[in-house]
Write a protein that binds this ligand. Sequence first.
Ligand code: ZN
Length: 457
Amino acid sequence: MKTSAVFFTSVFFFCLAAPLLAWDGAEHSMITSAALEVLPIVTAWIGVEARKWIKIYSNYPDFNWLCFGEIIRSGAGFKRSPDERHDWNASHYCDFDEATGKGDYYAHGTRLSAELSASDGKIPLVAGDEHCQRAFKHGRFSERAVVKFFKHSLDNLRTGNLRDGIRFAGVLSHYIEDNTPPPHFLVTDSATHHAMEQIKNKEKISIRGYVPQVLFSDDDQMETTLLRRMEELGRFAAAKAPVIRELVKLKKMDEAEDLTVVCADQSAMLLADCILTLYKLCEERWPSIPETSLGVNLLKNPSFDLDRQGQNLPDDWVREWYDLTALNYQHVWNRYTARSGKACVKLLQTPEKGACWRVPWANSVQGRAGQKYRLSGFVRPESASGENYLGMLFFNADMEMIGEIRSQSVAGSETWRRLEVEATVPAQTTDILAGCFSNRNTGAVLFDDLELIRQIG
Ligand SMILES: [Zn+2]
């Protein structure tokens, strides 16, 4: 009885999303940061993408779940979880979509870890949930994910797609890092498990002074080399795991943490090696961030008509809630009163802090200081109050909003009317997001047919 409870706990941790699983987001970010810190040649090349890699991309597989964007339990009540999954297009970059069933889910741990954390040393055939069962059955463990996403990253970098190349490298980082949380290599109870993967002082994760190595120079060596290095990394962490468990049992938490940090550092070293190898493999033709085109509509799906995979949401738009505790208001994909085409979007009963439909971060426009943009679109208020407008948001390299431009606001009731606003991009801007906004609206407002155009001058 007791054994099976422990067994289940172990498998449960192995299968499910953060924060129960493996490293938490902050550890993933710190390990990625440590790896990039010893590669100034790479960070100089990828510029602002390095910060997004650290903050967002290395956590991709941990927010690729359907609960993002939904109302979830929070303590005794409920709250909204922001829709990071759509905002960053996590399902695309992880190549697995729980909503459509497309793609393949990979376990957040290696085969070795699955074997060692099972009480009988065998990979369980009935475990966790369907994701886990299929991943186990088809051998989709972290080491295979590392091979797959290394290749995706390389393919994109070689064909000139820097942003996608770095995003796939972010997923690659995650699966390398998920190879080293020590409690994933033995059978333990949940309290010990949690204590064993805590790194309170995340600043300790550092490989300063490490000189990254090129892992291979020929694509043919990719698979065998990466699998071997992942195996070695796992064996390293597995050897430390029982020692850390003893230290935790003896309440020697600082010593336990120091050894856990050694494991995290090892994954930073392999990640640094992988990044340098990617860089070297496409050194001759590495891409750069392209200039934003002039005179064309930069918005994808500007009329909100497309929903290619039947998700009941318009493609290439994301819902944002500025008050996650106000649960009543709604984002509606409206197929009844569209101005043109099949659909438009609606915001209903928005609270004080407001809400919007906007361009997802995954498609942010890479604007630069001094450039000029014009945003236009059609709006249709229905007994609307408060403020209802089109807007452009400007962000710096740390994804902090540093400016905002709004069109005229509309209220009351009327049929479709055009709004337009122009802006010069403020200093320090790296990303522009555009969207349809509403706040303090007791009625509704609809939007359709938007255009965002970079202008000459
Ligand atoms: Zn993970």
